[in-house]
Design a protein around this ligand. Structure first.
Ligand SMILES: [Zn+2]
Ligand SMILES: [Zn+2]
Length: 345
C-alpha cells in the first residue's frame, strides 16, 4: 500500500495535462478530537490517493485542515467519502472561484501538533467558546457600525493585496505573532466595542475568537467561512462587496481575484500591481510583488544580485547555496531591504 507521494511535480503536471480533465480547488477544516491522528492520516492518504486528490492536508489531535484539488467528475465520490466520517459530515467545502487545474501537484497529508500554528496553550481556555458566526450580510452591517473594531487576522503579504474596507491589518509575519499584538492594541475596548474578525477561510478566527473571549472581550464576531465564503455569498445574493483587491490563497495560484481594484504596488518599481511571485533564484525564493516589466527586466528575480546568481552554472549555484536554508524566506522575507516599494501595512 502506498502511503506517500511518489511523483515529482513535473511528472504530475504532465499527467494532469494529458488527462485533460477539469479539476476543482477546494479547502475545508474542522476542529474535532482525534484519538489517533497517524491512523486517520493513513486512512485519508489511501482514500485521497484513490480519488486522485492532490493538495496539502494537516491532521492533528485537534482536527483537520485541508487545501486540495480533485477531478471535477469525482467530486460526489469525494463528498460521500467525507460524509462517512462523523465529524466531516456535511462539512462546508470552500470551492475556489477561479479554477486552476495545477493548483496542487502533490498529495501531502501530514500529522502536525496543531492544524494552524497558533502558539496557544489550549488547556488554559475553552476553545469551544467561540465568537458569534456571521454571514456576509450581517458582516456588511457590522463593519459599518462605528462601534466596531474590524481586525484582519492574516499576515502582511496577504493583506497587502486585499482586505476589507475599514479593516485594521496588523503588520505581522505569522498568525501566532499577531494574537498578542492585536490584544495589546485594543485591550481598552474589551467592554465597549464589538470585535469583528475575518481571515481567508475562517479557520484562524475559530481559535482567535475563543482566545479573545477568554481574554475578556465581550462582543466577538467572526466571518463564517472567511473571505472565500463571503465572496460566494455576495455574488450569489447580489450583496454589496466591501472587500477591496485580491484574496491571497495558499496554492500555486497565490491569489484569487475578487474585485477589479488593484490596491498594491510592484515592490521593484512602485507601479500598481498585485501579482505575487517567488524569486527565481532558488537560494532566495523570496515572496514578493512584481509587475510584468520588472519580471522581464530582472528575469523573475527579486534583485540584481539574485539575477546575477541565476546566470551562473547550476553547479556554481549549488555551491553558493550549501549550508543556507531558504524556508523562512518564502513568506517571512516578503520583507527585504532590496524591495524599495514594499509597503508596511
Ligand atoms: Zn515593476
Ligand atoms: Zn531573490
Amino acid at each position: 500500500m502506498q502511503l506517500y507521494n511518489k511523483l515529482s511535480a513535473e511528472e504530475r503536471r504532465t499527467m494532469i495535462r494529458e488527462a485533460g480533465k477539469e479539476r476543482l480547488t477546494i479547502s475545508f477544516y474542522q476542529y474535532a478530537r482525534l484519538g489517533n491522528p497517524e491512523l486517520f492520516r493513513n486512512h485519508l492518504f489511501v482514500a485521497f490517493d484513490n480519488l486522485e486528490v492532490l493538495g496539502r492536508i494537516y491532521v492533528a489531535h485537534e482536527g483537520i485542515n485541508a487545501q486540495l484539488s480533485i477531478p471535477a467528475d469525482r467530486f460526489m465520490e469525494f463528498k460521500n467519502f467525507l460524509d462517512d466520517i462523523y465529524f466531516l459530515k456535511d462539512i462546508r467545502l470552500n470551492i475556489a472561484r477561479e479554477q486552476d487545474n495545477e493548483s496542487f501537484l502533490k498529495l501531502k497529508v501530514k500529522v502536525r501538533n496543531k492544524i494552524v500554528a497558533d502558539g496557544l496553550n489550549d488547556e488554559t481556555f475553552d476553545v469551544t467558546n467561540k465568537g458569534q458566526h456571521v454571514n456576509a450580510e450581517q458582516f456588511n452591517a457590522l463593519i459599518e457600525d462605528p462601534n466596531t473594531i474590524l481586525v484582519d487576522m492574516r499576515n502582511h503579504y496577504e493583506t497587502e493585496i486585499g482586505h476589507f474596507k475599514n479593516a485594521w491589518t496588523p503588520d505581522v509575519d505569522t498568525f501566532r505573532e499577531s494574537l498578542p499584538i492585536i490584544e495589546n492594541e485594543i485591550k481598552q475596548h474589551k467592554e465597549d466595542k464589538k470585535l469583528v474578525m475575518y481571515c481567508t477561510g475562517g479557520i484562524r478566527c475559530e481559535k482567535a475568537s475563543a482566545y479573545y473571549k477568554h481574554k475578556g472581550f465581550k462582543d466577538v464576531y467572526q466571518l463564517e467561512g472567511g473571505i472565500i465564503e463571503y465572496h460566494r455569498q455576495v455574488t450569489e445574493k447580489g450583496l454589496e462587496n466591501k472587500f477591496r483587491g485580491k484574496n491571497f490563497v495558499f496554492d500555486q495560484r497565490l491569489s484569487e481575484k475578487i474585485g477589479d481594484e488593484v490596491i498594491a504596488n510592484c515592490h521593484q518599481c512602485g507601479e500598481p500591481c498585485d501579482t505575487h511571485t517567488n524569486c527565481a533564484n532558488d537560494a532566495c525564493h523570496l515572496l514578493f510583488i512584481q509587475c510584468d516589466s520588472c519580471k522581464e527586466k530582472y528575469e523573475n528575480c527579486c534583485s540584481q544580485e539574485c539575477n546575477d546568481i541565476i546566470q551562473l552554472p547550476l553547479e556554481e549555484q549549488k555551491k553558493l547555496r550549501a549550508g543556507h536554508y531558504n524556508s523562512n524566506n518564502i513568506f517571512k522575507k516578503g520583507k527585504s531591504e532590496k524591495l524599495k516599494f514594499k509597503k508596511h501595512v
